[in-house]
Design a protein around this ligand. Structure first.
Ligand SMILES: *[C@@H]1O[C@H](CO)[C@@H](O)[C@H](O)[C@H]1NC(C)=O
Ligand SMILES: *[C@@H]1O[C@H](CO)[C@@H](O)[C@H](O)[C@H]1NC(C)=O
Length: 542
């Protein structure tokens, strides 16, 4: 795609009267930035835009709409991304599925890069180096705030382009640096405001939560403590290293953030009772909200239910759905944290930071041991299975929720191989109505849902994770078909009603679109015939 010329840009922004007059202007980066901002401000709000179908329709029987914003309204452009879209969609046999890929793969770049500067563009100075260098503010979609978890997953399918595409490389480096600032500012929080140098307007979640430790609302959008947010902070950099071999993200700010993360792990590894005296000890992190929704606040004056000591596990007050945990030792996030700590340790060793590396390695091993010791339970019907949450006293919760990390995603996290026996039993259990209360099935759609949206809606994201963890091509084809049928707006929704006539939630949920793109790229590699027809060779993006 060709970028508009400087004079066209000024003309579109209304900064000059006609093309002739526009072409007399000398190029000025400040004026250019102003022109871009004016054009973007005049673009339709994507949340609304995505609710209505746009032309041209796909060539398949479903005639799925084209939902990418107009070129001048896209928030980030990469020629390599356009090339991948072309390569994949022209090979795909099912033109409706191809249309969803065309809309979904670039969705995060098209719509959610609210602010990005590379190192040369960022003139911000602060005494400790905060917010300096490349920065990227990636919003979740319909809410103008950055979730650590969402943004890491939103960017995941572009990581493999970072080696070749300097702009993507900078975008991800910026996201790593921005996340590091968030973790330093408020390591217990899950969603954040625009960075100060961006001058992007702040949003208010309107809740007035009582949270300990206190945070600065100009920095934080919401402060639900979720262990997986911190694991996602590590994961973003680990993925970047994996694909580029570069350790350039290791700055003093990033190391500072890693140390803040370790402090949280220490504070959240403590029991509810003192291990010597047995006395009740308040949790360092407490959260209370005035609400009539049970999953939106913590019991026992914001402490949450009691947890035992000596498990090696780390507490998570909330789940990746942003719902409160019932038992604080949330197994999927512990599994993810164990993996990411060990990956970061390996990178730190290469970078000559062996003391910190050893520390991370041993913490990762301790958590991993805790997951196997306390997170696996014997079930009468299913045998040995992973519990979703435990408390270290033997109580446990058997279920799975669509949000990542989940039990279903354990092999994708790199915690175990998908053939592993306990995982296979768990998978059978959580993909059945009798084994998982949140496996929701109806005449329109089936899949895992969760309490966040409710008992009538399943989440396409869970079906995509099921696809990526399956080696059965028939199952893979059926699952992709099922997601296609409930994506009639050409994008992937948060959840859809399982019965005919059921609606959907969130027209603009970038994370789900990214997971769809990741699934198609995964199948293109592992089972190319399922997408590209008989005899097709694997397609690998590099
Ligand atoms: C690195 O990337 C490869 C290829 O995408 C993947 O198979 C592997 O699991 C990744 N490793 C880590 C540590 O992320
Ligand atoms: C593969 O999946 C199909 C469709 O879900 C199922 O009927 C079949 O039994 C599966 N095959 C194996 C070997 O599990």
């Amino acid at each position: 795609m060709k970028a508009p010329s400087y004079s066209t840009l000024l003309f579109l922004a209304g900064l000059c009267l006609d093309q002739a007059q526009c072409s007399e202007h000398k190029q000025d980066p400040l004026v250019e930035a102003k022109a871009r901002a004016k054009i973007l401000a005049a673009c339709p709000a994507y949340e609304h835009y995505a609710r209505f179908p746009h032309s041209p329709p796909s060539l398949g029987p479903l005639k799925l709409p084209y939902q990418r914003p107009a070129k001048q309204c896209r928030t980030f452009v990469s020629p390599l991304v356009e090339k991948v879209i072309e390569d994949v969609t022209e090979r795909m046999v099912d033109k409706d599925l191809a249309r969803i890929f065309e809309n979904a793969f670039p969705n995060t770049l098209d719509t959610t890069v609210k602010w990005h500067v590379d190192e040369a563009e960022n003139t911000y100075k602060s005494h400790k180096g905060a917010w300096e260098g490349a920065q990227s503010f990636i919003i979740t979609g319909d809410i103008q705030a950055c979730w650590l978890r969402d943004s890491t997953n939103q960017l995941a399918q572009y990581q493999r382009l970072a080696k070749k595409d300097k702009k993507i490389n900078n975008l991800i480096l910026g996201a790593i640096a921005t996340q590091a600032e968030y973790v330093i500012a408020a390591p217990y929080c899950n969603a954040f405001q625009p960075p100060p140098p961006s001058k992007v307007k702040l949003s208010d979640n309107g809740q007035g939560d009582a949270v300990h430790p206190a945070y600065e609302p100009s920095q934080v959008f919401e402060c639900k403590y979720e262990l997986d947010s911190l694991a996602h902070f590590l994961s973003l950099a680990n993925q970047y290293f994996n694909h580029t071999g570069s350790t350039s993200f290791i700055t003093s700010r990033w190391l500072h953030a890693v140390n803040s993360l370790l402090e949280v792990l220490d504070e959240q590894s403590r029991s509810t009772f003192d291990s010597e005296t047995g006395e009740f000890v308040q949790q360092t992190y407490r959260f209370q909200r005035n609400t009539n929704t049970g999953t939106e606040t913590l019991s026992l004056a914001g402490n949450g239910n009691p947890l035992n000591y000596g498990t090696g596990l780390v507490r998570s007050a909330f789940r990746p759905s942003d719902d409160a945990t019932i038992f604080g030792f949330y197994i999927p996030a512990n599994a993810m944290m164990a993996v990411e700590l060990k990956r970061t340790a390996a990178i730190l060793t290469l970078a000559g930071k062996s003391k910190l590396a050893t520390e991370l390695q041993s913490r990762g091993a301790r958590i991993e041991k805790g997951v196997w010791e306390h997170g696996v339970v014997q079930h009468k019907k299913w045998g040995l299975v992973f519990a979703y949450e435990v408390d270290g006293y033997g109580s446990h919760l058997l279920m799975d929720d669509a949000n990542l990390p989940s039990l279903l995603s354990l092999p994708l996290l790199g915690f175990l191989r998908k053939e592993e026996g306990t995982y296979q039993s768990t998978r059978r259990m959580i993909l059945s109505k009798e084994g998982n209360p949140y496996f929701l099935s109806g005449s329109r759609f089936s899949g895992i849902g969760g309490p966040h949206v409710g008992l009538e809606n399943a989440w396409p994201m869970s079906v995509l994770v099921q696809t990526m963890t399956s080696d059965n091509e028939t199952e893979v084809r059926e699952l992709l078909n099922a997601v296609k049928k409930v994506s009639s707006l050409g994008l992937v929704h948060e959840s859809v009603g399982v019965e005919r006539g059921g609606g959907y939630t969130r027209s603009w949920f970038a994370w789900a679109n990214s997971v769809f793109a990741q699934t198609i790229l995964d199948v293109a590699e592992r089972m190319p015939e399922a997408l590209f027809g008989e005899g097709a060779k694997a397609y690998v993006v590099e």
